[in-house]
Every structure is written in structure tokens, then in C-alpha cells.
Design a protein around this ligand. Structure first.
Ligand SMILES: C[S@@+](CC[C@H](N)C(=O)[O-])C[C@H]1O[C@@H](n2cnc3c(N)ncnc32)[C@H](O)[C@@H]1O
Length: 383
């Protein structure tokens, strides 16, 4: 049998951004596996669930250490899901787990849940509610993170769904929260719905979706410019769509436009689909779970709207945004426009100029810059 250290040492982040300061495995993964070891050995694979594994350390570490199969896995981020699949294939462990949405099929009868704590408290609240609602009443939750991302409020969020919540002793700047005794629950608290009067639409948000049911101030600033965006556009993309506010606002403002929203987060995709339905534009807003927009055909869009991420997982890193701009250069038709809003200190203009085309600053306020990049007519790239 392969040794756990050997398996963990061979994990890669690909296709997520790889860089010297970004890791596929960390001390929190090792702590979770160690603290949960007895429970994992006792439960057997079919009663083990892993949620928000980064790149496969929890899933592949657990199946290797305890000879498990039938482990059920949910990862919000597609890049994590693809990395786990690649790592599992390379290690000959692809048949040891199955992938599921957050819900009953993932969690029914589960006795052990290994969880990487998400940064957003509302993301944790939706996960905790789902575990308490669907898992075995004797379920034990082993949730861990690096100290710098843990907050006392996480205990409170877990305590809304579990009668027993305790913090473990820390190790190598990582710590765990242990939860048991699921509480009786009322109706599911997610998704949340909210009317955003200032932009005239209803937003629907699952817990892990960016900004929840609120309008991000950068997004608000980009929406001020919708009337100036390519007037003859027919096919548009909301790149990194989150709850779908940009896609739905554009579809409502321009009845002739069809919009594809893409996001790598399962929570975002479910939210954006529900937001489109709630606003009566589901016939013109299609939502895909995709990394950047690698699954979208080249030369297929007239207009791309993007409020790009500046995190890769927990780390501040511009790799995801750069990948998105690069894909935009491929997907835009000649003469097509990319409209972006970003924190002015990030200064993406040069990158967009290089990867998309001529880029002008169209708006600037105290915090944000809005740019328009036009894909050159002569610069037609191959798909
Ligand atoms: C700043 S948020 C903007 C969300 C939404 N457009 C809005 O304006 O409210 C950036 C979004 O990009 C998504 N994202 C990050 N990396 C991505 C990737 N590689 N592929 C697709 N989406 C990604 C995140 O999940 C997040 O929803």
C-alpha cells in the first residue's frame, strides 16, 4: 500500500494556478487526517464524506491511510475538483471516491465528515446546515484551517447546527473545530433572496457565492457603464459571474442580448441560475461551471463583463484574473469588448492590453477603475 506521505508529496494543484507560494497540501490537511484517524478507520469508506478538499489531500490521504473506497466528495471549486481527479488518476486511486453536489446524496448516512473550513461564514453555514440535515445523527465533523483564516465566529456558525462544538489544540499554525450532535432544524436557510432596488433586480445567493445577496461596490460601478458597452452586441459573457448580477442586469437592459455566465464555484453557478429565473431572463442567461471559460468556443462573443477575483483560494494572487484575460482574448470576436472593474492598485491595464487589445480607462472613482479593452481586428487568434 502507498504511504500517505508519499501520496501527499505527489499532489499537484494543476489546473489551478501553480506558483512557488501556493501549495497543494498544508499543515491543516495533515492535522485533519491525524485527528480524524480513529474515526475514519472505524467508519469505513462509504460513511465518510469530504467537503472542500483543496486538491485531494484529505480524500486521497484518507483512502490511502485507511484503505477506504466509496468516499463521497463535494468541492465548491471546479479547479479543486479537477486537481483531485488528476491526482487520483496519477496515483491509481480514481475508483476510491465519487463526486456529488452539496445535499442529501452526498451526506446520507455519513458518520465522518472531513472539512476544509471555507473563508466565507455563509459558506460554512450552508455546509453545516446540510451536514446536520442529512448526515447520520452520530456524525462527527472534523473541520480545519490555517490559524490565520480561523475566526471565533466560525464556532458560532457551527453551533447553530450542532450541539457540541470544540476547538482542538493547534499544530503548525493550524487548528481544528470538532462538531457533533446535529440539532433539529427548520426549513433550509439557503439560498437567500434579496431585492436590490438600486439595480432593479432580485438576487438569489447560496452560502459560498461571492458577496452573498449583496451588491459588490465594484460590480455597482461597472453597472453604471452598461449603456456605453458595445451597442450592437448579441452574445455576451459574464466571466466569473458569482450570483449572476452582471449577467441578469445586462440581459434586462438589452433584450437582444444572450448571456453566458461562467464561474468555477458550484454555489455561484446555482445562485446565478436561480437569479436568472427570479428575474424572468432564464431563456437568455445560460450558466456554466467552468475554469475561466476554457469550455467556451473561440471567436464566439461580442462582449465580456468581468469583475475579476484577486484571490486564488485563500491567497492573494492575480493568477486567476490573468488566466481569465487570456481566455477573453481567445473568446472575443475581432472588435469585441472586454469591460472590467478592478481595485485601482492592481493596475491590470497592461496585462489586458497584451492579452486582449487596446485598453482605455473609462471610469475611475476613489477605489475602482473601469476599463474597456477592444480586441484588434488583425489579431485573430486560433482556437
Ligand atoms: C469578484 S467575484 C465577482 C462575482 C460577480 N461577477 C459579481 O460581480 O458579483 C469573482 C468571481 O470569479 C470567480 N472565479 C474565480 N476564479 C475563477 C476561475 N478560474 N474560473 C471561473 N470563475 C472564477 C469566483 O468564484 C467569483 O465568483
Amino acid at each position: 500500500m502507498q504511504e500517505v506521505d508519499d501520496v501527499l508529496g505527489r499532489l499537484r494543484r494543476y489546473p489551478d494556478v501553480e506558483a512557488v507560494n501556493l501549495y497543494a497540501v498544508d499543515a491543516a490537511d495533515r492535522l485533519i487526517l491525524d485527528v480524524a484517524a480513529d474515526a475514519l478507520a472505524e467508519a469505513g469508506g462509504e460513511r465518510v464524506v469530504v467537503i472542500d478538499d483543496g486538491y485531494g489531500a484529505l480524500t486521497l490521504g484518507a483512502v490511502t491511510a485507511h484503505g477506504l473506497s466509496g468516499v463521497r466528495v463535494h468541492q465548491d471549486l471546479l479547479t479543486g475538483e479537477l486537481a483531485l481527479a488528476n491526482n487520483a488518476r496519477a496515483l491509481g486511486l480514481a475508483d476510491r471516491y465519487t463526486t456529488h453536489e452539496l445535499g442529501r446524496r452526498l451526506l446520507a448516512d455519513a458518520r465522518v465528515v472531513l472539512l476544509r473550513l471555507p473563508r466565507a461564514l455563509s459558506g460554512l453555514a450552508e455546509i453545516a446546515d446540510a451536514i446536520a440535515r442529512y448526515a447520520d445523527p452520530k456524525v462527527q465533523v472534523f473541520a480545519g484551517a490555517r490559524d490565520k483564516y480561523l475566526t471565533p465566529a466560525m464556532n458560532d456558525v457551527l453551533a447553530e447546527s450542532f450541539g457540541y462544538v470544540r476547538a482542538s489544540r493547534g499544530r503548525q499554525k493550524s487548528r481544528m473545530l470538532l462538531a457533533r450532535d446535529p440539532k433539529p432544524l427548520g426549513s433550509p436557510p439557503f439560498p437567500v433572496r434579496k431585492q436590490l432596488d438600486e439595480v432593479g433586480l432580485e438576487v438569489v445567493a447560496h452560502g459560498a457565492a461571492f458577496s452573498g445577496p449583496r451588491l459588490d461596490i465594484g460590480t455597482r460601478f461597472l453597472l453604471d457603464h452598461v449603456r456605453r458597452m458595445k451597442p450592437d452586441a448579441r452574445d455576451a459573457i459574464d466571466l466569473g459571474c458569482g450570483t449572476g448580477i452582471l449577467a441578469v442586469a445586462l440581459a434586462k437592459a438589452r433584450p437582444q442580448v444572450s448571456v453566458v455566465g461562467t464561474d468555477q464555484s458550484a454555489a455561484a453557478v446555482a445562485s446565478a441560475r436561480a437569479t436568472a429565473v427570479a428575474n424572468g431572463v432564464a431563456d437568455r442567461v445560460r450558466v456554466l461551471r467552468d475554469d475561466a471559460m476554457t469550455g467556451v468556443a473561440g471567436n464566439s462573443a461580442d462582449l465580456v463583463l468581468c469583475n475579476p477575483p484577486f484571490h486564488v483560494g485563500a491567497a492573494v494572487h492575480t493568477g486567476s484574473a490573468i488566466k481569465m484575460f487570456s481566455e477573453t482574448g481567445r473568446v472575443l470576436r475581432p472588435g469585441g469588448e472586454l469591460w472590467t472593474v478592478y481595485n485601482s492598485h492592481l493596475n491590470y491595464r497592461g496585462v489586458m492590453e497584451r492579452l486582449v487589445g487596446k485598453t482605455d480607462v473609462v471610469g475611475r472613482n476613489r477605489k475602482f477603475t473601469v476599463t474597456r479593452s477592444v480586441r484588434g481586428l488583425r489579431d485573430v487568434r486560433q482556437e
